[in-house]
Design a protein around this ligand. Structure first.
Ligand SMILES: NC(=O)c1ccc[n+]([C@@H]2O[C@H](COP(=O)([O-])OP(=O)(O)OC[C@H]3O[C@@H](n4cnc5c(N)ncnc54)[C@H](OP(=O)(O)O)[C@@H]3O)[C@@H](O)[C@H]2O)c1
Length: 290
């Protein structure tokens, strides 16, 4: 089976490696071609359309809505590659752009699945991603023989629901990481052993384990998931919550913390949020009532 992979960033590159290791023939396209060539996997196409043309299934993993419009709808965009193809977008880009692309796909007789993923680079390498698949069930079933190599596929209904669920997931990731950062700094300030504090925090939020190096040693590179991308997802989440009328003060406070982290740490891993807690200007913290 031939797969086109559009966007060979951290996630797309890791998926290309995994799928190639199972014998899939992959054609890669990336805006910055060197990033695709350096993977030494499959072949590299000159445009999204060229990559998609010969493929049985097209997968994309891209930063945001701007990237998705360019890659799918641009001059040599993926949608110009032909009718009846199944396109699986695994980006986190929000419900609005997915709705727009879904309409464009329909107009071209193509089928689009939104399949944002939960899990980072170690999960891709280990085949332990959780894939939230939304779109026509028949199209999802067609993509399953490939997606199952990345692991667990949960069918969630509409494409927009997959994106909304993913925004909930990343809001949770943002809140738990920020809470862990704050409590680790607080525990250390009280004279506790940071490793003991971290192991307690991990019991409540097992996902923290993948970021032990960042939280305990302040090593926020190489980046698994960049602060700028979490900020993008929290902004998308806040917009979606507001549209629905939901009240979300906790994610608003968390958002402010990551927005602040952007100036110094945009490209670093989200564990860098602990530097915000360490450097908090204590003069702005109100005294604790007696
Ligand atoms: N990293 C994680 O742990 C993780 C986990 C789950 C979901 N995600 C989501 O997966 C997606 C990819 O994330 P990532 O971590 O792999 O990010 P990344 O390493 O920054 O890769 C982003 C990809 O998007 C491409 N891109 C960005 N802007 C573009 C544009 N205007 N036109 C065409 N291509 C463009 C980049 O191309 P260039 O190489 O040319 O810049 C690159 O291929 C994002 O939606 C992210 O939120 C990430």
């Amino acid at each position: 089976m031939r797969i086109a992979l559009l966007g060979t960033g951290k996630m797309g590159g890791a998926m290309a490696h995994r799928l190639a290791s199972f014998g899939f023939y992959v054609t890669l396209w990336n805006r910055t071609p060197a990033r695709a060539t350096e993977l030494h996997v499959g072949t590299v196409a000159a445009s999204p359309a060229e990559a998609a043309r010969g493929a049985d299934l097209v997968i994309s993993s891209l930063t945001n809505d701007v990237a998705l419009r360019e890659v799918y709808l641009g001059g040599d965009g993926a949608f110009s590659a032909g009718e009846n193809k199944v396109f699986v977008d695994m980006s986190t880009a929000g419900p609005d752009v997915i709705e727009e692309l879904g309409r464009e796909a329909h107009a071209r007789n193509a089928r689009l699945i939104s399949a944002p993923v939960i899990g980072s680079l170690p999960a891709v390498a280990a085949g332990k991603l959780l894939i939230l698949a939304g779109g026509a069930q028949a199209a999802v079933e067609e993509a399953l023989p490939v997606l199952e190599y990345l692991d667990d596929v949960h069918y969630v209904g509409e494409r927009e629901s997959a994106q909304r669920l993913k925004l909930i997931a990343n809001s949770m990731l943002g809140i738990t990481s920020a809470a862990a950062a704050e409590l680790l700094v607080a525990g250390t300030a009280m004279g506790l052993d940071p490793r003991q504090v971290f192991s307690i925090l991990e019991r409540f939020a097992p996902g923290l384990a993948a970021r032990e190096r960042g939280f305990l040693r302040g090593e926020h590179a190489p980046t698994m998931f960049a602060v700028r991308d979490l900020v993008k997802d929290i902004r998308l989440g806040l917009r979606a919550y507001e549209q629905s009328g939901a009240i979300t003060p906790l994610i608003r406070d968390t958002s402010a913390l990551y927005e602040e982290a952007m100036s110094a740490s945009a490209e670093l891993d989200i564990s860098a949020v602990i530097e915000q807690s360490r450097n908090a200007d204590r003069t702005t913290i109100p005294p604790i009532p007696s």
